[in-house]
Unconditional design. Structure first.
Length: 133
């Protein structure tokens, strides 16, 4: 595991895991995916506790649907998809994430500007996690 190698080098560092907003909610036909992302979030917290004493920070980003080939193959980017329309309607920012919307928070969490941040799961979701719409 990279964290063990970082610990051995003794120079600290940062790790960012990629999870999903579905780590904290349920969706029909996505049970295994939701459970696996919940496990990523718990692993993130556990690693933060385990490796913090070695100045290794561990965080997670939890994006919504991201405009990627995978989302396209799943039909999530299809304008006629009821699922896509519902998700956009319930998202305060009214759009899905672009890849750079996820990359930029990762870069921040990896940087020294986040030197006191560890063990968090950062939603990158346009506000859907806080919206009841």
């Amino acid at each position: 595991m990279i964290a063990d190698d970082m610990k051995t080098r003794g120079k600290g560092g940062a790790i960012v895991n990629v999870s999903s907003v579905l780590a904290n909610t349920a969706s029909s036909s996505c049970g295994v995916y939701c459970a696996s992302k919940g496990a990523v979030d718990q692993l993130t917290r556990s690693m933060a506790v385990e490796f913090g004493p070695y100045n290794i920070r561990v965080n997670s980003v939890n994006p919504t649907v991201v405009r990627t080939r995978m989302a396209e193959m799943e039909g999530l980017l299809d304008k006629d998809s009821e699922i896509a329309q519902d998700l956009i309607k319930r998202t305060p920012l009214k759009r899905f994430a672009d890849p750079e919307d996820v990359v930029n928070p990762i870069l921040f969490l990896l940087s020294d500007k986040a030197a006191m941040i560890t063990g968090i799961t950062l939603p990158v979701d346009g506000g859907i996690a806080v919206s009841f719409n």
